[in-house]
Design a protein around this ligand. Structure first.
Ligand code: CMC
Length: 442
């Protein structure tokens, strides 16, 4: 259930429309975010709101993540993301998001053993990987496989409002654990190597790295700096309130589909280059600058001259109008990681120059375009050995607990309604077919 509620207020907002005045209640969140509750707008006035991209529309109350885009603040269940990234492991943060509190010692052991016991996939699912053509994008495979889980684990495939808590916990654990296995298998399939099964003696991130990079002929050395960097990256991606993919999970979930189908929708939304797919686009862009030899300045000039047709990927955010706090941590993590592994990546030099140029250019500063979470993450993934086609899969792995937590919160909210926006019709008025329009022969 929603742990916090909006504070009751008697404040009202007044709307004057065509000479008539209407009043709507004002709602205030626990961080003093103010909203006008227009649930009764159409009933009272007969009109609807129009808000492309939902720039000003709150679709729910949520007690999971707080984000202040002006101040660059991000907290999960009240904890600053900086503190979580420094002191926690990804699975603990996943537990926090899904259950609302940090796990105690007993809960940590139980959660870990549940994740272990659900890490294998049904063996028949392995064959599905072989049906995809070579070079299939792993996001296509991931989304299809996640939805397919509902056929192998059908318990939650029908919506039941009184579903026991335990069934939901099992489905959530299955997803958390199996998506990691699916991600690693899709990589192995893409390079034509045999699958490596999960191991119970390894923790979540180390297990993933082992499934990705070990092979029957060459064991993988799990370096603690790499495990640590992966934990940090996954934590920083774990939730971000009502972003595009989470909104997709809630919207599709509102039709009361099962958790696997709702998360599948989230994965598809995340794939887009304006959302999670931007991490792959950033490295494509840096490689293009490197390959063309055109120099960073001329690339930036091209972006500016294109009037929105070309983007500086990894820059800009719908909510952050300041430096994305996640990008700050990732930039530092990127430097530390490359130093520890003694790697010099020329793409990092290009990225740093790009940031410096953009940050001193009116075009970007006037529009509040700062590096976002996707700008430096790809350079860390490259250093780890993860190919760029897998970057968005990594984002999905990180965002999964957020999707689960948001789906769970939505279904427990008695106000969770089928999400069905209105529109303003601007097409032709009623007209009749003329004789030439009518089909004479079938
Ligand atoms: N490069 C160049 N110009 C940009 C960029 C960019 N990355 N982002 C926005 N602009 C310009 C845009 O053309 C517009 O200019 P004008 O006012 O002259 O028309 C202005 O800035 C406002 O942009 P907008 O598209 O109205 O802003 P938005 O809130 O709708 O877009 C965004 C947010 C993330 C879609 C956008 O900044 C973007 O496309 N960024 C690049 C893709 C990217 O890195 N996405 C990852 C976002 S963070 C991870 C996640 O949570 O998804």
């Amino acid at each position: 259930m929603l742990k916090e509620k909006t504070m009751p207020t008697t404040e009202m907002a007044t709307l004057t429309l065509r000479g008539q005045t209407y009043e709507f209640p004002v709602t205030v969140g626990t961080e003093n975010e103010i909203a006008i509750d227009i649930s009764a707008l159409r009933k009272k006035t007969g009109v609807v709101t129009l808000d492309y991209g939902y720039m000003n529309t709150g679709a729910c109350e949520s007690a999971i993540t707080f984000l202040d885009g002006e101040k660059g603040v991000l907290r999960y269940r009240g904890y600053p993301v900086e503190e979580l990234a420094k002191n926690s492991r990804f699975v603990e943060v996943a537990y926090l998001l899904i259950n609302g509190h940090m796990p105690n010692e007993i809960e940590r052991v139980q959660w870990s053993s549940l994740l272990n016991s659900h890490s294998m996939m049904h063996e028949d699912m392995r064959h599905l990987f072989y049906q995809y053509p070579e070079h299939s994008h792993p996001m296509a495979i991931l989304s299809a496989m996640v939805v397919s889980l509902s056929t192998y684990y059908p318990e939650l495939s029908q919506h039941r409002p009184d579903e026991p808590e335990e069934a939901i916990t099992i489905a959530a654990t299955r997803l958390m654990s199996k998506v990691r296995t699916i991600a690693a298998f899709s990589y192995k399939k893409s390079i034509g190597e045999p699958f490596v099964y999960p191991r119970h003696d390894l923790k979540y991130c180390a297990n993933f790295l082992n499934m990705m990079f070990s092979s029957p002929v060459c064991p993988y050395e799990i370096r603690p700096e790499v495990v640590q960097a992966l934990n940090v990256l996954l934590i920083l991606h774990a939730d971000h309130e009502q972003n595009c993919s989470t909104a997709a999970v809630r919207l599709v979930g509102s039709a009361r589909v099962n958790l696997y189908a709702a998360v599948g929708a989230g994965i598809c939304a995340l794939w887009g280059p304006l959302h999670g797919g931007a991490n792959q686009m950033v490295v494509d862009m840096l490689e293009e600058i490197q390959r063309s030899g055109q120099g960073v300045r001329s690339y930036v000039d091209l972006v500016k001259a294109s009037k929105g047709k070309m983007l500086l990927y990894g820059f800009g955010h719908r909510v952050y109008k300041n430096y994305d706090p996640r990008a700050k941590i990732i930039k530092k993590c990127c430097h530390d990681m490359l130093k520890a592994l003694q790697i010099h990546d020329p793409l990092l030099d290009i990225a740093l120059e790009l940031e410096q140029l953009a940050m001193s250019d009116d075009y970007f500063t006037e529009r509040n375009l700062y590096p976002n979470v996707d700008f430096y993450s790809g350079i860390i993934y490259r250093a780890i050995g993860i190919p760029k086609e897998m970057f968005t899969v990594m984002f999905a792995l990180g965002r999964l607990p957020g999707w689960i937590a948001q789906w769970k919160e939505a279904r427990e909210d008695p106000r969770f309604k089928l999400q069905r926006p209105r529109q303003i019709y601007v097409g032709p008025n009623m007209r009749l077919m003329n004789d030439a329009d009518k089909t004479r022969e079938i």
